[in-house]
Design a protein around this ligand. Structure first.
Ligand code: FPP
Length: 252
């Protein structure tokens, strides 16, 4: 019974024939923790911010690849509520990267198929980024795919926020379904697969409610180095798993 996948440090280049990837309803939603940008830069003698810039390139490439594969929903962890503790220079660089991404998506609207959702506490973001992110959300609302970008996001805060929303509505009892309906990701099904790059084996306050039955995959590959082929291999491994949702495997 495998709940966790651990990626190899180097991709398997044995040259064996690979089956073409066919995505079906078993894989509607992939969540990513894009870890390892800082180390990617450090190993090259660069400042951490340059690792994030490289991480942005990987993000855009992999999002295009997910779209080409037919993945309907993707969620990425771009900035946590704890990331404000990083040096100001790094926080500023990340905010600038995010702002330029949002501006580019607005300017080039139509190039991608995603409805953008910035999930997290938007009130804590710089006003200009918040306003432009909301413009992009409104512009893209009718697009067929979903890209959730977790920004100033923390899962505990999200769950408390959802519970408070229900209290404000005057409910007498909180049910799982009602709470789920108030999460920032209410428009997406729960992730089928979580991929964390960068070699850490933890969830870092990310989608704790939503990941209850998600298949987890951890790889040592640093985020900027995750190739489209490696993502395909992870997806192949996912399709080899048997999901039981707490039931029996059929082999017992
Ligand atoms: C964690 O790596 C990464 C982040 C805190 C930022 C991730 C952001 C991007 C990849 C940019 C993507 C942009 C959009 C619009 C979604 P780390 O800095 O903790 O790396 P380390 O563990 O090697 O130090």
């Amino acid at each position: 019974m495998a709940f966790l996948g651990f990626g190899k440090k180097t991709p398997d280049k044995t040259g064996e024939e690979k089956q073409p990837l066919v995505i079906d309803g078993r894989l509607r939603h992939i969540a990513f923790i894009m870890d390892g940008n800082g180390r990617w830069a450090k190993r090259r003698g660069m400042i951490r911010s340059l690792g994030h810039a490289e991480g942005m390139k990987a993000f855009e490439r992999l999002m295009d690849h997910c779209s080409d594969l037919g993945i309907e929903h993707v969620t990425v962890y771009a900035f946590s509520t704890e990331n404000w503790k990083r040096p100001k220079q790094e926080v500023d660089a990340l905010m600038n990267l995010l702002s330029s991404y949002v501006e580019r998506e607005i300017r080039e609207f139509g190039k991608h198929r995603s409805a953008y959702h910035f999930i997290g506490d938007k009130a804590g973001l710089p006003a200009s980024l918040r306003e432009r992110a909301e413009v992009l959300e409104r512009m893209s609302a009718d697009q067929p795919e979903t890209l959730n970008i977790a920004l100033n996001y923390g899962s505990h805060a999200e769950i408390v926020h959802a519970a408070n929303e229900l209290l404000r509505e005057g409910v007498s009892e909180i049910t799982e379904k009602a709470l789920e309906g108030k999460l920032y990701t209410a428009h997406s099904p729960a992730p089928d697969l979580l991929i964390r790059t960068g070699g850490e084996y933890r969830l870092s306050n990310y989608l704790l409610w939503q990941l209850a039955y998600t298949e987890l995959y951890f790889t040592d590959i640093l985020w900027p180095d995750l190739s489209n082929d490696e993502l395909d291999d992870i997806i192949r491994e996912f399709y080899g798993r048997h999901r039981t949702y707490g039931g029996v495997t059929g082999e017992k």
